[in-house]
Design a protein. Structure first.
Length: 163
């Protein structure tokens, strides 16, 4: 009984000193209680999101990469990794992760369109105009009028045709 009370008091002090550490400890406990690859992937995904929210991007990237091994979490984890790498200015890795996310079905059409838009703009930013045009044409075909896709298609077509 005394040991339990001491543990609660110690945990309470630790919670105040490192609330993020406590959050991850809770996630780890839930992970150890859960069974199956999707449960483990879910926990890595949640840890990756939490790490990203507090600016711990290296930890976020590691957790999200692990989560992306699960088919169920591949889209959200890879899409978020793409955005993290894009925001860091690493277009090559951003494109790689956006493409991984695009290889599976998006949870909603809007999430799929947003992903394709990010992929297309990342490709365009690296002067990979033919690939960017292909992505924007697919986006235009499936989404119709979407953001500035029509203008991007026109510009990229003109650029590629030498006009």
């Amino acid at each position: 009984m005394v040991d339990d009370e001491q543990q609660r008091q110690t945990a309470s002090v630790e919670d105040r000193r490192d609330p993020l550490g406590n959050h991850f400890g809770s996630l780890r406990r839930r992970l150890s209680e859960a069974h199956g690859p999707d449960a483990i992937a879910e926990q890595h995904y949640l840890m990756g999101v939490a790490y990203g929210r507090v600016g711990r991007y290296d930890e976020a990237k590691a957790a999200l990469a692990t989560a992306s091994d699960s088919v169920r979490y591949r889209f959200p984890a890879a899409a978020l990794l793409g955005r993290i790498y894009r925001d860091e200015g690493n277009a090559v890795d951003a494109i790689n992760w956006f493409e991984r996310a695009a290889a599976v079905t998006a949870p909603t059409p809007d999430e799929g369109w947003t992903l394709l838009y990010h992929l297309g703009t990342s490709l365009d930013g690296r002067d990979e105009w033919a690939r960017a045009l292909a992505v924007f044409l697919e986006l235009q075909r499936t989404a119709g009028i979407y953001r500035d896709v029509e203008q991007r298609v026109a510009r990229l077509t003109t650029t590629l045709l030498g006009g």
